[in-house]
Design a protein around this ligand. Sequence first.
Ligand code: GLU
Ligand code: MG
Length: 464
Amino acid sequence: MTQVEPGVSGADVRPTGAVAGSVDLAAAGAVLADRGVRIVLGTAVDMSGVTRAKGVPIDRLEAFVDNGMGASPSWNVFCVDFGIAFTPDLGVTGDLRLRIDPTRLTVVDAGVAWAPASITQQDGGVFTGCARTRLAHVVDRARVAGLRPLTGAELEFVLVQPDGSARSRGAWQGYGVRTALDVAPFLTDVQARFADAGLPLEQVHAEYGADQFEVSIAPADPLLTADRTVLARILVGRAAARHGLGVSFSPQPFPGGAGNGAHLHLSLADAAGPVFSGGTGPHRMTPKGAAAVAGIVAGLPDLQGVLAGSVLSPLRLKPGNWAGAFACWGLENREAAVRFIGATAGNPHGANVELKAIDGSANPYLAGAALVGLALDGIDRDLPLPPEVPVDPVTLPEADRERLALAGSQTEALDALDASSLARHILGDAIVDGTLAVRRYEHATYGDADPEAAAAAYRLVFSC
Ligand code: GLU
Ligand code: MG
């Protein structure tokens, strides 16, 4: 149970790891008000991957939890620009509610607290289009099956000017120490904000691409990780703004440059312990671990439209980018969509799989639901583990390369999603159809555009 005591330091009002719990809202409000909080923002990530928010004054905190704030059903099909991709079910009539999860309340900026919201029916009933609710549902299914999933997130981003234009054209060394030290005030600010928010920062480094950085966050319950991904984007964005910078999480901020991945690591345990280690299968996988890997590899083409479904995603998801452009798995294989990481002293969190094919346009709740859902599907159907690909897949014979390659175009990825009963089973029709609507709008609007113009239009849309 998460209880926020009146009078305790505001640092106690932070994500706690509790997924369910009760909060004394009057006391929490008083603590936040003491810390100078005036506005509470509740966020929901829509199907195009954009994080939207509504706010209330701090004295209406309880209403944001109990009654929720109004949101049109069309909130779910807002597009990356000002478009709205109406569907027969998601239009201008009706009303939904954003209800915040008070166990996650966190101060994110001067005078502003944040909490993630679930989208519900007016009366509090389940809205099947809510990505956060769907992830909670998939994690519950895992629990019922006797499995405990944990996910850890990597967030890659490119520092830009506040208007989205390129920050520098100077010399850049991938993973360079100078390139990290040059923005040390920003990086130390990120660390301080994460620490204040109770967000466990695992690693921070200058990435391969110009002005590109990565922060990774520790493994946790998948719902907590998805909430923390939103919080991390907010905190990185606030730190950047303080240093006169903008942040791009776009899959491909600048055509020809490095793409931004949003890799997710998954570990799974049952009553006997971790399923990706301690067994007698390949790299010591247990039968359940092997079936989970098989499920992820087999279902990836169906879910690509959710994991990397934007019009820019195919620019990143190409061989040679370490983005996982092939639906295969391999031990520490950074060109396989599923990189298997064994249990060694170098991996204190234990054996896990990293799904690399996810990019910054993916809704983090849906990405988590897809990854856990695919692993469960593999276990449910006891799928056989396909042969390991221990080499860079581009070196395989052409027929193998063609068989394993993920879709090279947005249309192909979306058509596979549309036709997938597996995707509809994991995510539900409302989410699959809403995702198709916003991504097909993107295709109609930007599919034939010059990549530079499309990249410019997208550069800041996934930032918080
Ligand atoms: N930037 C790469 C991507 O788009 C990932 C590089 C890495 O493995 O860190 O997925
Ligand atoms: Mg990286």
